[in-house]
Design a protein around this ligand. Structure first.
Ligand code: AMP
Ligand code: MG
Length: 518
């Protein structure tokens, strides 16, 4: 175990790439470099609100003392840290947005574990960088709690994600117009330390292509492959790498669909090159099943980033990545061919994932019809997704009739089902029972599979909202309970929260609809 303040950090990104070494924090375009050196701006009164024991243990980080908390708050750097903000661009809501960059994230250094694994330590909300544009480089407590909690929750759900090590309140106020409606208010500020092997995004490649800095582009691709995809070597490594990025991205999206996660801002600057869920903003889990649901108010007219759009948007984003890296390929044929396979790839992954949720031992060709009907029936009934699947695990295989089936699922309905809905549900369950009976594995094995595939506890937005209100008033009891529950999402440990979203939360700001203001 080592201390944050004493560690000998690596700074490989800084050493390998050209950067702006001035340390100047003035907002500006930074052509010709991949990062700008930037030090965090000090805060007045840091207090450690949360610490991820398990992640710290995995990395071999000692529980923070006063000096370590100063690092987590950006008030101090360890002597070997060479902190920087990365330069990246991105397509936002379908349009090229030019240079974006780490506007409020600062990477402090790379923490190497005893086993030789390397983790980037990054502060989010640590003050201005050259990429802050017109914003303040800070983060409010509510958005920091949301990032800290959800990235850890996703980890425990088994979804590829960046992690969060700590949450610190700064003692400073931050001005935010939460709904962009001309009502700015001062809110408490906070900083999350997040952790990942790398925070490189599609946008890091896109900005180099847009600036025609092809030598830098090639270096970044080579570095990404040798460091994060070391198993890929040889003549074809470029295309093999792109194929694996596609593969990882598809896996991540299917995992989102499994647990009912909506990211909310799938811009290409929020797409990790490692296939990790990254940048937790106006995200949400589905309560009632609705593929059209987007939690992001900014996304409302088009619903580009709605739950059911995510697989298609990932494809679009992968297309942007292909465009960006094309200049270093001799021919674009391989890129086009790889992209063409995405649809087949993701649908195979989707069916395999659904087999887990439905307790099927394998997916045969014929199961496609069942899964399609499944989707249509859920859209028709709009049950609570999480509760519905939990109830499914316990549905007796001897169906007694429509009444019994509808009653069995009643806890998951937001509204009493009408006759067509009741019929659709019954007909679906008849088909499901028939299919489960055809499993070669036992009913118990099938149920065990379902329990592993279907979370019983999800961090619903209204719960987070209440926990944040508590923290803002100095009461961490709900936050602590949610933190315990999210660590065991497949057991009954969080069952005190096993309930539908309450009526009051349906329209309440911050509970189902959020903005990017954070
Ligand atoms: P996001 O929508 O959070 O992914 O952010 C898009 C871009 O805006 C990124 O370049 C962020 O670094 C930047 N950004 C968001 N919020 C702030 C802030 N409060 N201060 C500075 N930059 C920000
Ligand atoms: Mg972002």
């Amino acid at each position: 175990m080592e201390r944050l303040s004493n560690k000998a950090y690596k700074n490989e990104f800084v050493h390998n790439f050209k950067g702006d070494e001035s340390g100047d924090l003035q907002p500006r375009q930074t052509p010709g470099v991949l990062y700008s050196r930037a030090a965090p701006t000090a805060v007045s009164n840091p207090r450690l609100l949360a610490w991820s024991e398990e992640l710290a243990a995995e990395l071999g980080i000692e529980k923070p003392n006063k000096e370590d908390v100063e690092i987590l708050a950006g008030n101090r750097l360890a002597p070997s840290m060479q902190s920087y903000a990365a330069c990246y661009g991105g397509h936002q809501f379908g349009h090229w947005a030019g240079q974006l960059g780490d506007g409020r994230a600062i990477t402090l250094g790379e923490w190497q574990t005893e086993e030789g694994k390397s983790w980037e330590l990054q502060l989010k909300g640590a003050g201005l960088t050259p990429y802050s544009r017109r914003a303040d480089g800070r983060a409010v407590l509510r958005s920091s709690v949301r990032e800290y909690m959800m990235s850890e929750a996703m980890h425990y759900l088994g979804v590829p994600t960046t992690r969060a090590l700590s949450l610190v309140s700064t003692g400073d106020k931050v001005l935010r117009d939460m709904f962009y409606n001309g009502n700015p208010e001062f809110e408490p500020g906070a900083i999350v330390m997040r952790v990942a092997p790398s925070f490189i995004r599609f946008g890091n490649f896109e900005i180099l292509a847009a600036r025609k800095e092809y030598e830098h582009l090639r270096q970044l691709v080579d570095w990404t492959i040798s460091r994060y995809y070391p198993h890929i070597t040889g003549e074809d490594k470029l295309i093999l790498w792109y194929r694996e990025v596609i593969e990882r991205t598809a896996s991540m999206i299917v995992e989102w669909l499994r647990v009912g996660f909506v990211h909310g801002v799938m811009n290409t600057d929020n797409m990790s090159i490692l296939g990790l869920t990254i940048d937790y903003g106006p995200y949400s889990f589905l309560d009632d099943y609705d593929p059209q649901f987007t939690p992001n108010t900014t996304d409302l007219p088009g619903r580009r980033y709605a739950f059911g759009q995510q697989a298609g948007i990932a494809y679009w984003n992968l297309g942007c990545l292909a465009n960006a890296i094309a200049p270093i390929f001799e021919s674009t044929d391989g890129l086009i061919a790889a992209l063409k396979e995405y649809e087949k790839l993701i649908s195979e992954k989707f069916f395999a994932m659904m087999a887990g949720k439905l307790g099927l031992d394998r997916v045969a060709q014929e199961d496609a019809a069942l899964i399609t009907q499944w989707e249509q029936t859920l859209i028709l009934l709009k049950p609570d997704m999480t509760i519905f699947y939990q109830l499914l695990i316990d549905l007796p295989l001897e169906l007694e009739g429509e009444e019994q089936v509808v009653n069995h699922f009643s806890e998951s309905f937001y509204e009493d089902p009408d006759q067509p809905q009741r019929q659709a549900l019954y007909s679906l369950m008849q088909k499901w029972v028939e299919r489960v009976r055809a499993n070669t594995s036992s009913r118990e094995e099938s149920r065990a599979r379902m329990k592993k595939s279907n979370p019983r506890f999800i961090l619903r937005n209204y719960l987070l909202h209440q926990a944040i209100e508590g923290l803002e008033e100095g009461d961490s009891s709900l936050f602590n309970k949610l933190e315990a529950a999210m660590k065991e999402p497949y057991s009954g440990k969080g069952d005190e929260f096993f309930a539908k979203r309450p009526e009051w939360a349906t329209q309440k700001a911050g509970c189902s609809q959020l903005s990017c203001s954070s």
